[in-house]
Structures are given as structure tokens and as C-alpha cells.
Design a protein around this ligand. Structure first.
Ligand SMILES: Nc1nc2c(ncn2[C@@H]2O[C@H](COP(=O)(O)OP(=O)(O)OP(=O)(O)O)[C@@H](O)[C@H]2O)c(=O)[nH]1
Ligand SMILES: [Mg+2]
Length: 308
């Protein structure tokens, strides 16, 4: 969202002689808190989150500009191996592609347990790429000593620049993590303007915020059969008028999404609109249509149209 949401850079601090900047890929298995961490690092909700695995489908960057340095955090879909579809293959490819050309990676794991998928993701990280591990969700551990075996196993997987226990949700130790990553940024000029927050436009963010509410407000099946497209996005004075389509696989899913009397869709629209008004800093009119498009998750043309 170039130039839209403004941020005040810390003007009072003196600029150091050298400037650092770089791309930082945030990787890990589904649901470990990658997107929550990106939002926390950037200080703004940009990328969508939910308790359901595979919420993130698209690569999106969150930009943090501070005096003397700029972080470009690259949020990626959770790497997974459970379900096979073209959508999932593309999401996995997005993760691998996102690692090409980044300067640093943050491997996010859940501090409660390491799984084989965590080990697989660690093995995917190119040798020579500096990696910091964020051991997330430490707020859920009553006894912090339980972290020690997890941290010891992580340390045995490969060489890491640092291993930092954090809570992305509460913000605990996220600054310490940022400092570890900051040391690894190469000397380079800023890549984005100080007021830029992401590489994605408002249309993309609108579609994603609608999808987030679907992930948060529906059961375990329908969100995965759902995609969101923006049909029209108009500026009408201060008002953004957004017309979105939600695509589902079957008529029965459409009925679930709408709810009795359309109540569920109304709640989804209202929640998405509230978040978009906060992000855009102005009024939003949001209209959503639910359309049945059979087999979209395995349909090349449909995936391409949805930017996947
Ligand atoms: N208790 C606790 N929950 C967290 C923390 N960080 C994230 N979560 C929760 O974990 C769930 C998954 O968070 P996301 O940020 O969507 O995870 P993700 O890794 O981006 O997931 P995918 O995009 O699906 O791969 C959400 O319900 C978050 O609220 C944390 O530090 N503590
Ligand atoms: Mg995510």
C-alpha cells in the first residue's frame, strides 16, 4: 500500500554513518505465528492471521523503517505436506521462491513442540543464509524450563545466528529478535520510502481481510474451499467502495457462508469493514457476493485470476 498509511520515522535519533537494509523471510510450518510476528514487528496489522493452519496463501511484505535501517519482512505461507492440490503446491513453491534472494531468514517454531515438518523446513533453508530462530508462543508455557529441550534440539539442526524465545501475540522479546535480525542486515540503502508499509495494494489487502474473517468465523472445512476476489474498488470522496466476490466449491458451502437470512455473511462483512477502516484510515463501504465456482483450487485459470 504505497504511500497510503503513513508512519512517523524516529526523527529525533541521529542517523548512523552506515545504512542497513534487506529482505527477511519469515518461514515455518503452518500456524506457528509467522503472520502474527510480521504484524508485531511492523507495528500494524497487514497480513492476516487465524487459528486455522494455512491461513496465509500469498507472499506479502511488511516494511519497517527505522533511523539507519530498513527491514523488509517477507511473510510466507506455512510450508506443509498434508494435503495435495495445485493450491498447496503453489503455496509450497511460494515459500521456496521467497527464500531466493533474501538476506536473512527467521525460522518460526512453536515453543511447545518441534515436529518433523519444522525439521524439514529447517533443512530447506539454504546453507550460507543467516537464520535466526523465533521460538514463539512462550506465553503458553507455564514452566519456561520446558523450552530448554526444544531450544537444544533446534541448536542441533544447523548453525543459527541466534535463537530467541518470543511471544508474537504479546510482543514479549520481539524487540530482542528484531535486534538479532538487524545485526544481519547488509549495508545497503533503503529500498522503500519511509512511509511505505507493504508492497501490496489496497485491493489485495481488502480481499485478504475478507478472507481472514471467513477463516476466523467458520468451521474447519469451508474456509479451505473459499477464495476472494475484488470486482471493483472505487474512491468516492473519502469513502472507499469495495465490491468483492467470495468463491466457493459447492452450493452447500455457499449456504453455510451466508448463514440463516444472510446473517453470517453480514457479520463477516462488518468485521472486515471495521479492520479495513482502521488500516486505510477512512470510511469503507463493502459489498460481498458469494459465488459457486466448482473446483477452483485445482483450476489453473481460476488460480491465476486470483493471483495464485
Ligand atoms: N498464545 C499465542 N498464540 C499465538 C502467538 N503467535 C500467534 N499465535 C496464534 O497462533 C495462531 C496462528 O497464527 P498465525 O500468525 O496466523 O500463524 P502463521 O504461522 O502465519 O500460519 P499460516 O499462515 O497458516 O502458516 C493464531 O491463532 C494466533 O493468534 C503467541 O505468541 N502466543
Ligand atoms: Mg500466516
Amino acid at each position: 500500500m504505497r504511500g497510503d498509511c503513513k508512519r512517523l520515522a524516529g526523527m529525533s535519533e541521529a542517523h548512523p554513518a552506515t545504512h542497513r537494509s534487506g529482505h527477511v523471510a519469515i518461514v515455518g510450518r503452518p500456524s506457528v505465528g509467522k503472520s502474527t510476528l510480521v504484524n508485531r514487528l511492523v507495528g500494524q496489522k497487514l497480513t492476516i492471521t487465524s487459528s486455522k493452519p494455512q491461513t496465509t496463501r500469498y507472499r506479502i511484505v511488511g516494511i519497517l523503517t527505522e533511523p539507519g535501517r530498513q527491514f523488509v519482512f517477507v511473510d510466507t505461507p506455512g510450508f506443509q505436506t498434508l494435503h495435495r492440490s495445485r493450491l498447496n503446491e503453489r503455496m509450497n513453491r511460494t515459500v521456496v521462491d521467497s527464500l531466493a534472494g533474501v538476506d536473512v531468514a527467521v525460522l518460526v517454531v512453536d515453543g511447545r513442540r518441534l515436529t518433523q515438518v519444522d525439521r524439514n523446513v529447517a533443512a530447506l533453508l539454504p546453507a550460507g543464509l543467516p537464520v535466526v530462530v523465533a521460538v514463539n508462543k512462550v506465553d503458553t508455557l507455564a514452566d519456561k524450563k520446558a523450552l530448554l529441550p526444544v531450544m537444544a534440539e533446534i541448536a542441533s539442526l544447523r548453525e543459527f545466528a541466534a535463537i530467541v524465545p518470543v511471544s508474537a501475540e504479546k510482543g514479549t522479546q520481539v524487540d530482542a529478535l528484531k535486534e538479532e535480525v538487524g545485526k544481519l542486515l547488509p549495508e545497503a540503502p533503503a529500498m522503500y520510502g519511509a512511509d511505505e508499509l507493504t508492497d501490496r495494494d489496497e485491493r489485495f489487502l481488502a480481499a485478504e481481510f475478507v478472507r481472514e474473517k471467513i477463516f476466523r468465523m467458520l468451521g474447519d472445512e469451508v474456509p479451505y474451499a473459499t477464495a476472494v476476489g475484488i470486482d471493483r474498488f472505487e474512491h468516492d470522496g473519502p469513502v472507499r467502495r469495495i465490491f468483492a466476490s467470495v468463491y466457493v466449491d459447492k452450493a452447500s458451502q455457499r449456504a453455510i457462508l451466508l448463514g440463516a437470512g444472510g446473517e453470517r455473511m453480514k457479520a463477516i462483512g462488518a468485521a472486515a469493514r471495521r479492520d479495513l477502516e482502521t488500516l486505510f484510515g477512512g470510511p469503507v463501504y463493502l459489498e460481498i457476493w458469494v459465488r459457486v465456482k466448482k473446483g477452483w483450487a485445482d483450476n489453473e485459470a481460476a488460480l491465476r485470476r486470483l493471483g495464485l
